[in-house]
Design a protein around this ligand. Structure first.
Ligand code: UT7
Length: 324
């Protein structure tokens, strides 16, 4: 018998305020045409004044718990993937725990920027496989609007706020790829690329929060290579081919990166869940937002094979292969 981490419910939350490309074009020297052509992004959501990452996280988690039919009090492990925490400390997970879960359970944040949700999947899967948790809540939540330089057209048009969550439980499996649950996770990082995508502030350096800085072209180039390798690694480890996949649920940074990964895999573009046009790059929230979109509109069905992959600052990158 193998212990499997099975997704029982998915949920997401986007703030009310929509910021269109046209609105951004009134603030910086850009255009809807440029943003759509280079990134596929049409709009993004921005959290209201006073609306925190934890508020987004809690809203998404409530929906995931409701979808799973599981009470927050039954959760025995809580992980929040975020690069935009409410405060430097304590972890944003502490606020979520106080709102939704039992006191006493382990709760903490995972910081791997845009790869945060994939890193979180690996963390909860390993806790569950080690027998240290039975019901886990994993949330990806971000308020990137708070760390954008709204005068920098090369970054401010690319990111948005949002949150997505899953609830998982430990279930018995056979140890084959026919099992429901997380079948594999693969994580990577390369800190030599630290300066390609970073925030120019922090508690121990500037004592300020800082703003996102990115060498977009370089990041793009690495993303295309790293993600194609990550996808190949996941398939090879499970002795599967792209034809076995029902869905690719990638980190949503740039439509051209999604198209390139699908093309390298020989995967029909209709099998890729794309939401970047709707909410831009929401970092750790983007995979669960896309997953929730696919589940809620009925495209992603129980039993189907889903490959998730992401790449972000660090660099960090990785994949998770999941049978829903
Ligand atoms: O989550 C993981 C991390 N993020 C990513 O994966 C993002 C990776 N990078 C990208 O998505 C793309 O590189 C971008 C969308 C950021 C940029 O697309 P690009 O095709 O690589 O454009 P570029 O950076 O080469 O810029 C082309 C031109 C430049 O002008 P010059 O130097 O050719 O005169 C830029 O200054 O476009 C200019 N530009 C803009 N023009 C209008 C840059 N940003 C804008 C803008 N509006 N917002």
């Amino acid at each position: 018998m193998t212990v499997r981490t099975v997704i029982r419910g998915v949920g997401s939350y986007l703030p009310e305020r929509v910021v269109s490309n046209a609105e951004l074009a009134t603030r910086v020297d850009t255009s809807d045409e440029w943003i759509v052509e280079r990134s596929g992004i049409r709009q993004r959501y921005v959290a209201a004044d006073g609306q925190l990452t934890s508020d987004l996280a809690i809203a998404a988690a409530r929906k995931a718990l409701a979808a799973a039919g599981i009470d927050g009090q039954a959760v025995d492990l809580l992980v929040v993937a975020t690069a935009t925490p409410d405060q430097t400390f304590p972890a944003t997970a502490a606020k979520v725990q106080a709102a939704l879960c039992r006191p006493g359970i382990p709760s903490f944040d995972v910081q791997a920027v845009c790869s945060g949700f994939v890193y979180g999947l690996a963390v909860i899967d390993n806790f569950i496989k080690a027998g240290q948790a039975k019901t886990a809540l994993l949330i990806g939540a971000e308020t990137f609007s708070r760390i954008l330089d709204w005068n920098d057209r090369t970054t401010c048009v690319l990111f948005g706020d949002g949150a997505g969550a899953i609830v998982v439980t430990a279930e018995a499996g056979e140890g084959t790829t026919a099992d429901r649950g997380i079948l594999s996770t693969h994580l990577h990082s390369d800190g030599r690329q630290h300066d390609m995508l970073y925030v120019d502030g922090g508690p121990s350096s500037t004592q300020t929060t800082g703003h996102v800085r990115m060498k977009g072209k370089e990041v793009f180039r690495h993303a295309v290579v790293n993600l194609a390798e990550a996808v190949r690694e996941a398939l090879d480890a499970n002795k599967l081919t792209a034809a076995d996949l029902d869905w690719l649920v990638p980190h949503q940074a740039n439509k051209r990166i999604l198209d390139s990964t699908a093309q390298k895999l020989g995967l029909d573009p209709s099998k890729v869940i794309v939401t970047v046009d709707q909410h831009a790059n929401t970092s750790a929230a983007s995979i669960p937002l896309a997953l929730d979109a696919g589940v809620r509109d009925g495209r992603i069905k129980p039993g189907q094979l889903v490959l998730m992959e992401a790449m972000g600052g660090g660099f960090t990158w990785g994949s998770a292969l999941v049978r829903m």
